[in-house]
Design a binder for this molecule. Structure first.
Ligand code: HEM
Length: 491
């Protein structure tokens, strides 16, 4: 007897469940369906099988135990073949090329390696304090500036001095090219790959013009900073960075090898870390008691005459719990980094063999999502899950190992789990501790001087990205203001 597909809402002829899904917050719909159909559900969209896993057990069985056949990505001719993102391993199917890219990345971003960057992380966070002081209303841009500056510093030793720096702008257009090219239905070539041979001049080949423009932007993004570092290394003026280290002592004709190995696989993480930091600002403005508690802890452990650094981290379990709660509360990759409509930055896992799970058939080529939101908002694990409450992770003033660490779901799963998670964790620590030591964050006031009530909201279409909101950021005291000035002016 042949096995049936996992249960799920009935679809329509040809289009399947295309019209059953909302355009955003799809994780909520999947969560609702899971109550009716169980933890493993199946839908189809235009003939594409999609399986959604809504429990940690199913996620672990599929993405961990059977990782050999659930770790690929689907074919994306527009992004990979036309726009030219093939060098970025996050997009590659499971196999030797992906493995090589991931190994090289891990070499620079494993927990031991990121420890080396801690002084740069602290420096970048401290420099950003001056920008928060000078122009607090622009805090969204300052967060983005800080995270981008950090990654460019670590990768290239390049200083990003202004929030409108061309490097930031080029990287943003390049990132948008991934999101837009990957949108199902947006480009026919994704469904009929042979169309990639249609020449640019052919009527209706608008996608080729778009691909050509994006290809140039992506090439600029990866070539310009690399060339700058290569020139500086030759002239002996390079500052320490991953790329300069890879180039040191390499003859000019070998530079391409270093370029292949070291191209900026790092920028992808910017959007996620920025969004996580924005959510943290929102939590601070919405939950003043949590903020006060965190500041009291910082004052007690660090004092008020200096700024915190990584040597303080072991003595700050409350801050640790606050970072964990930020990852859980408004999980920014609720479906483990994918979305069916709207913008997405990378792709779901794709299965490479026919499989059977719990008596159901999962066809080869299925897109498989883990619903991280369901896991991180499970009221049995996290009572009152909508509330931002770092205390849930603490027992007797220490991290309670019996409460599920949100990082089991917030960074994706199995062999594709986010390899930038150690860096983003350190970025969050340096940002939240530096900011809270010297600033108070509050909701903005309305025309009658009453605090505006804030609530989490997502930017329409952009998965996990918080919608812009305002908050009032003020120095905690004149002494705190002095501390900000001293540190943000240091070279
Ligand atoms: C809070 C910040 C971040 C979050 C929530 C996050 C989340 C994720 C998620 C959910 C995935 C997909 C995993 C999967 O397919 O199962 C992923 C993949 C990835 N992330 Fe992150 N990420 C963050 C920061 C970063 C940073 C800072 C970097 C780079 C320095 C980075 C680099 C990558 C790469 C290269 C992949 C692709 C891995 C692969 O396909 O093998 N991420 N991330």
């Amino acid at each position: 007897m042949s096995l049936g597909l996992p249960p799920g809402p009935p679809g329509r002829l040809l289009v399947g469940n295309l019209f059953d899904l909302p355009h955003d917050q799809q994780h909520l719909k999947f969560h609702e369906w899971s109550k009716e159909y169980g933890h493993v559900i199946h839908i189809s969209i235009l003939g594409q099988h999609i399986v959604v896993l809504n429990s940690l057990q199913a996620i672990s069985d599929i993405f961990e135990t059977r990782s050999a056949i659930y770790s690929s990505r689907s074919r994306q001719p527009m992004i990979i073949e036309l726009v030219g993102w093939g060098w970025f391993f996050a997009m590659l199917p499971y196999g030797e090329e992906w493995r090589k890219g991931r190994r090289a990345f891990h070499q620079y971003f494993n927990p031991g390696a990121v420890e080396e960057y801690q002084p740069q992380l602290i420096q970048a966070a401290r420099k950003s304090l001056g920008r928060f002081l000078a122009d607090p209303d622009e805090f969204f841009a300052h967060v983005r500036h800080m995270v981008t500056a950090l990654i460019m510093d670590v990768a290239y030793g390049i200083e990003i001095s202004h929030k409108d720096d061309p490097y930031i702008q080029v990287a943003e257009v390049a990132m948008a090219s991934i999101s837009e090219s990957g949108m199902p239905g947006a480009f026919l070539v994704n469904h009929i790959p042979i169309l990639k041979y249609v020449p640019v001049w052919f009527p209706g080949a608008g996608f080729q013009k778009k691909a050509k423009y994006w290809r140039k932007v992506v090439e600029d993004m990866i070539n310009k900073p690399f060339q700058n570092v290569a020139d500086a290394v030759r002239q002996g003026t390079a500052t320490p960075s991953i790329t300069s280290a890879a180039l040191q002592g390499l003859p000019e004709e070998m530079e391409d090898t270093a370029h292949e190995r070291d191209t900026i696989k790092y920028l992808g993480g910017i959007a996620y870390t920025v969004s996580t930091a924005h959510n943290w600002f929102l939590a601070m403005a919405m939950y003043p008691d949590v903020q006060k508690r965190a500041q009291a802890v910082l004052d007690e452990v660090v004092g008020t005459s200096r700024l915190p650094d990584f040597s303080d981290r072991d003595r700050l379990p409350y801050i640790e719990a606050m970072i964990m709660e930020t990852m859980r509360w408004q999980v920014i990759t609720p479906l483990g980094e994918c979305v069916l409509y709207g913008l997405s930055f990378a792709f779901p896992h794709c299965s490479t063999e026919d499989d059977e799970y719990q008596g159901y058939f999962i066809p080869k080529g299925s897109l498989v999502f883990g619903n991280a939101w369901s896991i991180l908002h499970d009221p049995k694990e996290y009572p009152d899950p909508e509330r931002f409450n770092p205390e849930r992770f603490l027992e007797d003033g220490r991290i309670n190992p019996n409460v599920r660490d949100p990082r089991v779901a917030a960074f994706g799963f199995g062999r594709r789990i986010c390899p930038g998670r150690f860096l983003s964790d350190r970025m969050m620590f340096s940002l939240v501790t530096s900011v809270l030591s010297v600033f108070d964050i509050a909701p903005p006031l309305d025309q009658e001087d009453n605090p505006v009530s804030l609530k989490p909201a997502l930017s329409p279409g952009i998965i996990g990205m918080s919608a812009p909101f305002k908050c009032a950021i003020k120095p905690r005291s004149p002494a705190a203001e002095d501390l900000i000035r001293i540190h943000s002016e240091k070279p």
